[in-house]
Ligand binder design. Structure first.
Ligand SMILES: [Zn+2]
Length: 456
């Protein structure tokens, strides 16, 4: 949806109809892209418009709304959701300052002019729409922002906050970093909730109807389902200038939301904005440096996030503790599996060429609303998730020392239900979980028991 154009001095462009298939740039390895391309370079522009200054009359057909940090020029008639934009922008200012560690008082004079256009003509006639701007949905240059009006009230605000984030980063912290970081941060901080007039930036949507026409989660879901998932290495390196790829913004948001939300990576991710004044190459080198010790782990966590991404993704419940198993003793073993967690190590190592028999029993809760739903390891067939009954027992075999960047064994669940025989091709530790979505583990309770023995 948003893309850079050709000249280096402009900051951003946003394209509504810019959905271009990503075919050709995703090296595909079991659905995971690998490879390396050059990074984008962003610059600043100090264009000065002749028109408008505080206190002057707005041009014909354009009205002006103002708050402390925003002057909004629009040809749209007065509507509460439009007239509220300047004060919402002021709320955003405080949150941008807090997120980036900027002293609000020192930047109290920061001021942006935004042009929200239903039609371009009045703005062109008034000289408020520079001829060198590309076709855009939203566009920021210095402390000016141009926005095409949107049919979605949510997305109109989102667009202002996206371009506002670019403008804030460039003028208040000295840069935006490479392409993935610039767009990732803009998408991260533009994704918001508005409740009773209170704006919350950096909001992880819990439901689709909270963010009409955003579609970032669906982009990642569709990408994964069609074997076009993007690896972090690919995302960090990709130069999207001149492209009009709606998908790009979905993946940038996903990476930023993942790194910013995940307890293991958040603190390190939140240091990266201090590097935005560096070259893109240096920025990305520093990224690799701060994640070098757990890079393999990070990539597997990213894979699991992408594969299971949903509204209301529960990072805490979805986190997996990787614990290598021990060979199974002659008497077999009983394993307890919590219903409210993602993959759990069984503590049992399965050997290649061997067969193992799993039998499961127990009764556990898979939902609490509108009433408690009880479930057994065979699952409930009145609700499905990923094509399988909700609550059904799943197994997966994960190599204890996985090849970096290779697809995680946890991406290939085996349906066990009440019982199954596993014939093991590649050795690894057995992991177990029940089938449920990443947003719904929190209302599960109880556990089941899995008995594992050798042979069929
Ligand atoms: Zn942008």
């Amino acid at each position: 949806m948003e893309a850079l154009g050709s000249d280096r001095d402009r900051m951003m462009g946003y394209y509504d109809n810019g959905c271009v298939a990503m075919t050709g740039w995703l090296g595909n390895l079991h659905g995971w892209a690998i490879g390396c391309v050059s990074a984008a370079i962003f610059g600043r522009c100090a264009i000065v418009l002749a028109q408008d200054s505080a206190g002057t009359e707005p041009p014909a057909g354009i009205r002006q709304l103002a708050s402390k940090h925003l002057a909004l020029y629009t040809d749209l008639p007065s509507q509460p959701e439009i007239d509220a934009l300047p004060t919402l922008f002021d709320q955003a200012f405080g949150q941008w300052c807090a997120y980036f560690g900027v002293d609000e008082q020192q930047h109290v004079d920061w001021h942006v002019r935004a042009y929200l256009m239903k039609t371009r003509e009045p703005f062109q006639a008034a000289g408020l729409l520079p001829a060198d701007l590309p076709n855009f949905n939203g566009y920021a240059r210095g402390d000016q922002i141009w926005l095409r009006d949107q049919t979605s009230v949510y997305y109109r605000r989102h667009l202002l906050l996206h371009e506002g984030t670019h403008s804030f980063m460039l003028s208040r912290i000295g840069g935006m970093g490479p392409s993935w970081f610039a767009e990732g941060m803009a998408e991260l901080l533009a994704t918001h909730r508005l409740e009773d007039g209170k704006l919350t930036l950096n909001y992880f949507p819990r439901q689709r109807d909270e963010v009409p026409k955003l579609g970032r989660i669906e982009i990642v879901q569709t990408g994964y389902a069609s074997h076009r998932a993007v690896s972090l290495a690919k995302l960090f390196a990709y130069d999207h200038r001149g492209q009009q790829e709606n998908q790009w913004y979905g993946w940038c948001w996903a990476a930023a939301a993942f790194l910013d939300s995940h307890p293991r990576y958040r603190a390190r991710f939140r240091q990266l904005h201090k590097l935005v004044g560096d070259s893109d190459d240096h920025f990305n080198q520093q990224v690799m440096k701060i994640f070098v010790d757990d890079w393999t782990r990070l990539n597997e966590d990213w894979q699991l996030f992408v594969a299971n991404l949903d509204y209301g993704y529960d990072f805490q419940k979805m986190d997996v503790e990787f614990t290598a198993g021990e060979p199974l003793g002659d008497g077999g073993q009983a394993i307890s599996v919590a219903a409210d967690r993602s993959w759990q190590s069984s503590g049992v190592r399965l050997e290649a060429g061997q067969s193992y028999r799993l039998r499961a029993l127990g009764r556990y809760q898979v939902a609490s609303e509108p009433r408690t739903w009880w479930c057994e390891p065979g699952g409930v067939t009145i609700r499905y998730y990923h094509g399988q009954p909700l609550g059904i027992l799943l197994a997966a075999v994960r190599a204890d020392d996985p090849i970096p960047q290779s697809p995680s064994g946890l991406l290939k669940p085996i349906v066990v239900g009440l019982g199954a025989t596993l014939k093991i091709e590649q050795a690894g530790t057995l992991y177990l979980r029940i089938n449920d979505s990443a947003d719904s583990l929190g209302d599960n309770a109880g556990s089941l028991t899995v008995k594992i023995t050798r042979g069929s």
